[in-house]
Design a protein around this ligand. Structure first.
Ligand code: GAL
Length: 924
């Protein structure tokens, strides 16, 4: 392939060209811009309007060539392998030859606000590419296109690509997330909006979004996880319909997990006075925090989009928020800023501070409460109030101690965290607040107190939830930089967008009290490139520091060692798997993969001043309710046939002793962290199963590494975490199930997880012995139990006292269905969900753990079935199906209310030979 230009060079070269073309454009449009003046009505005109509803959608099928409105050229993909181990060394980017017109010169200016050096700002070239394309025309008839509401994930309905050599492989979830699609919506802009500034705010679109309004290309944003804004003002025509058309182009081979596809987060229209608080324009930090007082420091960026120099001032009033996130009580503090001049078409910054007496601190439960405040900023132009802007924040102090970990408000909080990808199981990537809240509730029940957002910026509403519920968050920007992990991943846009994507994440999220660490990378290839990689890491680190000096930075390392330059570029040392050691099993002797001895001590020795945590631990794998024999006598094992794996049925044993090749069992991780008390804690890989990356069986659709399965059902692993993370909660859990008619007389080990320290196991009333956990032991195991049907009972003890009890019984045959709801009342907002668990039970009401009955669902009343699932990574029945087989006795139905339609929803479940069941969900 001929080298036309190197990707890093293009930035500079293009900027000069664009600058020249841009000036031409500016002259052509100046008269139009000059009409923009402050409305000066004296009334606050900020409006933030949801425009999620009634979009028209069209997607090219994978055979028809799409239009040629390309953002940029892409490499030809000749390497389709997607089952590479996640820790494969990333490779160098390919140089690509541009042979066609690309639209990125018109898109790049959208990120200018996030490029620090004004000389490096992109200027829009002349012309309007795509203006003659039918889909962007106001009079294009889109009535045959699908009508839908956002957030929307075009791929989640499937069907799955099954079998060998699929178009989309197991890595990306075998779903049709790739391809080009268009969204259109007509915006009615009243005449009274004349003179206002009008913005389109998109919280996330997957990916390479390009936006036209009234036939004019106005900008876009390539990285699918970033939230972005476009200024529609120069293009909007008040007094009628304005046609918005958004083109997305989501490449195949672009991700190591399921990315989803489409406008999968919320979209807003924001209207303001031309003089207004800028996008994410407030920045609140707290200092000198104690129980008696705290200092609130406020910075406000004000945009003056008018053609006049103006003098503005602000008053910010601070209120408490109640537990529902609503403003409550009287003003607790006020910050006034003096009059400030802002020149025409420019930005200005004002600053102020205040003291709050006896502040209510934000902190993680159970020992603290996540109290929050809201700062309501009013912007004055002369005497007139022209804007009002709300900023939620929390008051808390953070201290990072290299010898013990993270202190929140002076209390050491060991990180008991999990990694979470962005998909919501059967709902796909389309964000839904209730679905995310349910995940956090289940994680909280386990004792989890922290989330690492792997490996990209989250939906803003997720952080509202972590703020409200008091989780600690590692907010992460990227999985790759210049070096690639898959042929079409973010490395293609990194050179031109890293600064904008990183700054925008931090500017958006820096007022969220739950965010405690910025991560600018995960297992990046630049770990391997010595000084050059470290220099790039430093560049990214410095950007984080410029945007927010109050939080430490990190980048997760699965390979870099303490004596390499890479770890010097960050504040917190985040290790993926290295703390426990990687591929220490003798079977890996001589491997060319990463093989590393445990790294906590060498890192602590080399960096005695840096906090060390585990950003990814375990990568233990299992299929819920599937137990395979023999059971390894070791505390951890890689997965192979006969060692926890079943490559025929694509299942991993739920004895919870097995991990991917570079990982370790939970037991091993707990042991190594407990033996290194300076370690600040861990983020387990991972909380919920996610679509894609089904290591070790890429023939499947979804991961095995979740502690909780894709449907939200707890695997046995949940209980070993709960036992360790909530030692005060009396609990004990037995595994496996006790339905083994084919194993009578055979060794069938019984393992027990308990927050107690001792337990006695009984089979049909006969004691099999009382066992005590040794130091650094986290399960009790009876490995020589011979199976006999009947009852297994365990009594756990703590400090010699009875503490908890669990019973597992051999069940009868499947006889009935049983339905239960997570909440029996939901809102009629058309978004709220009820998650209904379906159990196949025997005549005595016991869940039959081996049941696989096929179940059909019917719904009556004001609701719809959005999706069904069962948590089986090998189930290829499309998620929207109203029919689902039970997996290990369980299935899930997700139902949604209809907007403005209160009443009662009835879900009915039927299966041949089983007594049917129904459940009622009230809609208010
Ligand atoms: C890690 C990687 C994660 C995920 C995990 C799977 O190496 O950082 O994104 O791929 O492995 O076990």
């Amino acid at each position: 392939m001929r080298i036309l230009y190197c990707r890093f060079q293009i930035k500079f070269y293009d900027r000069i060209t664009f600058a020249f073309l841009g000036y031409l454009f500016l002259f052509a449009y100046l008269p139009a811009l000059a009409q923009t003046v402050s409305t000066g009505t004296g009334t606050i005109i900020r409006q933030r309007i949801s425009i999620n509803e009634n979009w028209r959608f069209f997607k090219y099928d994978s055979i028809t060539p799409a239009d040629n409105l390309f953002y940029d050229v892409r490499p030809e993909v000749d390497d389709f392998q997607d089952d590479r181990p996640a820790d494969t060394k990333p490779t160098e980017a390919e140089n690509i030859e541009a042979t066609q017109i690309v639209l990125k010169p018109w898109i790049l200016p959208a990120g200018n606000d996030f490029i620090k050096d004004p000389a490096m700002h992109y200027i829009r070239p002349e012309g309007n590419p795509g203006n003659d394309f039918p889909f962007v025309q106001n009079d294009f008839n889109d009535s045959s296109w699908e009508l839908l509401n956002l957030p929307h994930d075009w791929a989640i309905k499937g069907p799955f690509y099954e079998g060998p050599n699929p178009e989309v492989g197991g890595g990306m979830g075998r779903l049709p997330s790739h391809g080009v699609a268009w969204y259109r919506k007509s915006l009615n802009i009243p005449e009274s909006d004349e003179g206002k500034s009008i913005f389109l705010d998109v919280d996330g679109a997957m990916s390479y979004a390009m936006v036209w309004l009234n036939g004019k290309l106005i900008g876009g944003w390539p990285y699918g996880y970033t939230s972005w804004r476009l200024d529609l003002t120069p293009y909007i025509i008040p007094g009628g319909e304005n046609q918005l058309a958004i083109r997305l182009d989501n490449p195949n081979n672009s991700s190591r997990w399921y990315p989803g596809g489409g406008i999968y987060r919320n979209v807003w229209l924001v209207k303001t006075d031309p003089i207004h608080v800028g996008q994410w324009g407030t920045y609140i930090t707290t200092s000198d925090v104690s129980k008696t007082s705290a200092k609130i420091n406020l910075e406000i960026i004000i945009d003056n989009d008018s053609q006049n120099d103006v003098v503005v001032s602000t008053i910010t009033k601070i209120f408490e928020l109640d537990s529902e996130g609503k403003q409550s009580g009287d003003v607790v503090a006020e910050i006034k800023t003096s009059e400030t001049k802002i020149t025409a078409v420019n930005k200005g910054k004002v600053e102020g501070s205040a003291i709050i007496e006896n502040p209510k601190l934000w902190g993680p439960p159970p020992t603290q409460t996540p109290k929050q405040y809201v700062a309501v900023t009013t912007l004055f132009y002369g005497e007139k109030q022209i804007d009002q802007y709300e900023t939620k924040f929390g008051i808390r102090s953070l201290r990072f101690d290299p010898n013990s970990g993270v202190y929140v408000n002076g209390e050491l909080i060991k990180i008991k965290g999990v990694n979470q990808h962005h998909d919501l199981g059967a709902l796909g990537a389309a964000f839904n607040t209730r679905a995310a809240e349910r995940q956090l509730e289940i994680l909280r029940e386990m004792g989890c107190n922290a989330i690492r957002i792997s490996h990209n910026p989250p939906a803003p509403e997720l952080l509202e939830l972590t703020d409200k519920m008091g989780f600690l968050v590692m907010d992460e920007a990227f999985d790759v930089w210049q070096r690639r992990k898959t042929p079409n991943d973010f490395h293609l846009i990194f050179p031109e967008w890293y600064e904008q994507d990183l700054r925008s994440m931090i500017r958006r999220d820096r007022n969220n009290p739950s965010v405690i660490i910025w991560s600018f990378g995960n297992e990046v290839g630049e770990q391997y490139t010595d000084e050059a990689g470290a220099a790039l890491a430093k560049l990214l680190n410095d950007i984080c520091k410029e945007e927010d000096p109050t939080r430490p930075t990190t980048s997760a390392m699965n390979w870099a060692k303490p004596d390499m330059p890479f770890p010097t570029a960050m504040n917190v040392i985040s290790l993926n798997y290295q703390g426990e050691g990687i591929r220490q099993d003798p079977m890996f002797e001589g491997t060319d993969r990463i093989r590393t001895v445990p790294q906590y001590d060498p890192y602590h020795k080399k960096f005695p001043d840096k906090v060390i945590l585990t950003s990814e631990s375990a990568s233990a794998a299992s299929s819920r309710g599937i137990y395979l024999f023999p059971v390894t006598p070791d505390i951890t094992s890689p997965i192979r046939d006969g060692r926890g794996g079943d490559s025929k049925f694509k299942h991993v044993s739920a004895y919870e002793l097995y991990a991917v090749d570079f990982g370790s069992s939970v037991d091993k991780v707990f042991g190594s962290i407990d033996q290194h008390p300076f370690v600040a804690g861990e983020f387990v890989w991972n909380g919920f199963d996610y679509i894609g990356e089904p290591t070790p069986y890429y023939e499947a659709r979804s991961s095995y590494t979740g502690i909780i399965d894709l449907a939200g059902f707890k695997k046995d692993r949940f209980y070993i975490y709960q036992a360790h993370w909530r030692p005060e909660l009396p609990m004990v859990h037995i595994l496996p199930h006790w339905n083994w008619p084919e194993r009578v007389g055979e060794i069938t080990p019984v393992h027990v997880f308990t927050s107690g320290d001792e337990a006695e196991l009984f089979l049909n009333g006969n004691s099999l012995g009382r066992k005590k956990k040794g130091q650094y032991e986290y399960r009790l195991r009876w490995d020589d139990v011979k199976y006999k049907p009947g009852e297994l009972k365990v009594i756990a003890y703590k400090n010699g006292e009875e503490w908890a009890e669990d019973v597992v019984k051999t069940t009868d045959n499947p006889a009935k269905l049983e339905l239960s709801v997570d909440r029996n009342q939901i809102n009629d907002d058309g978004k709220d969900l009820s998650f209904i668990t379906v159990k196949v039970i025997d005549k005595n009401g016991l869940t039959v753990p081996t049941a696989t009955n096929n179940i059909k669902f019917k719904i009556e009343g004001p609701g719809e079935i959005v999706a069904t699932d069962n948590g089986d990574p090998t189930d290829f029945v499309p998620f929207p199906s109203h029919e689902r087989k039970a997996f290990s006795g369980l299935a899930l139905v997700i139902i949604r209310s209809k907007e403005g339609e209160p009443g009662s929803i009835i879900l009915i479940a039927k299966s041949p030979e089983l007594e049917e069941a129904q459940v009622v969900v009230k809609v208010k």
